[in-house]
Design a binder for this molecule. Structure first.
Ligand SMILES: Cc1cc2nc3c(=O)[nH]c(=O)nc-3n(C[C@H](O)[C@H](O)[C@H](O)COP(=O)(O)OP(=O)(O)OC[C@H]3O[C@@H](n4cnc5c(N)ncnc54)[C@H](O)[C@@H]3O)c2cc1C
Length: 301
């Protein structure tokens, strides 16, 4: 049983904001998700450790979210405590070619800081609408660049509630996968290692990257980005298109006509709509093309 009194006490001590009776749809880019009783805007590794100690001692369920841009949240909400990594843990500092960012910093703000400091390497990540922590957890990537190419180390809280440091070689980063998803660790900060470059050229590359996204992706609708992982040997969007599934819908969830790799929320989509639509797509693609599609976003329930 969650003691709001106890959590308020910890939050007050560490000056983190405790939100009650939230709707997950307000914390996800898909704009989907039911109620969650407690959501805490964590603001440091230390406050996260203290909150975790309490949650674990009472066996209370918890989940971590960043910008919620790769999450499909259940219509029934989340029965437990959400640890939200956002603006309250988003400090960014630059030291030579290194940039250290709090896990809640947006990838976009790190890209902008890199550009201002004439640091090149992560331009192609500009436009991924997530946080640094969520980006590392997912090994987010775009246009030939992944987090694994630009990160040098990270701090995280392990299962034993210890703050640890890990270098990039030991993060098990591969396509949309990291060791953090295997061992339930919580990333608190990330260090990027970039190269010296020209600010104007970097800015041009970022602008170009954003233009591509605007022209190809249905950014005018809520979504969680690419709905399916890229299967070995093909592309989910291509297979979906070849099966004639563009525009297919269940309730308010629809396969985007602009980019068939995206399921969009046309206004009233529920989590069940999205899941049902994705199941239909998976079945048809398997039958017609022989490929097994796998969801990319994480289901929060
Ligand atoms: C329009 C659009 C375009 C997108 N384009 C791309 C793209 O080009 N490439 C790409 O890779 N992705 C893309 N995405 C997906 C998404 O933006 C990325 O996966 C992003 O990195 C997720 O970050 P987040 O902060 O939103 O994480 P969330 O969605 O909040 O969380 C995702 C997972 O990470 C975990 N997590 C979050 N923060 C932490 C933390 N601090 N410690 C431990 N675990 C954590 C969560 O528990 C969850 O399991 C896109 C999404 C949208 C909506």
């Amino acid at each position: 049983m969650i003691s709001i009194e106890k959590l308020s006490e910890i939050c007050k001590k560490f000056q983190c904001v405790l939100n009650l009776d939230c709707l997950l749809k307000d914390y996800t880019t898909f704009k989907i998700g039911g109620k969650c009783d407690v959501l805490i805007d964590v603001n440091s590794a230390e406050s996260t450790k203290q909150i975790l100690s309490y949650l674990k001692s009472e066996d209370i369920r918890y989940a971590v979210i960043g910008r919620g841009s790769n999450i499909i949240a259940s219509d029934n909400g989340f029965d437990g405590v959400i640890l939200h990594f956002g603006n309250s843990i988003a400090d960014i500092s630059v030291d030579g070619t290194y940039i250290k960012a709090g896990a809640g910093a947006s990838l976009a703000s790190v890209c902008i800081e890199a550009q201002k400091n004439g640091l090149t390497g992560m331009e192609n990540l500009y436009g991924i609408p997530g946080t640094v922590g969520g980006g590392l957890y997912m090994n987010a990537g775009a246009y030939g660049c992944e987090m694994k190419d630009v990160v040098s180390s990270a701090e995280y809280i392990d299962e034993n509630i210890e703050l640890c440091t890990v270098s990039v070689e030991n993060m098990g980063l591969s396509y949309r996968h990291s060791v953090f998803s295997e061992n339930n660790s919580i990333i608190t900060s990330v260090v990027f290692d970039l190269k010296k470059g020209n600010s104007d050229t970097i800015k041009e590359a970022m602008t170009e990257c954003m233009k591509k996204r605007i022209s190809k992706q249905p950014l005018e609708y809520p979504s969680a980005g690419s709905t399916f992982k890229r299967p070995v040997g093909s592309y989910a969007s291509l297979l979906i298109e070849q099966c004639g599934l563009k525009g297919m819908s269940v309730g308010g969830a629809k396969i985007s006509e602009k980019h068939s790799g995206f399921v969009i929320n046309t206004g009233s989509a529920t989590c069940s709509d999205v899941i049902e639509l994705c199941e239909n797509v998976k079945n048809i693609v398997r039958e017609k093309k022989g490929y097994i599609l796998e969801l990319e976003p994480v289901i929060l329930k």
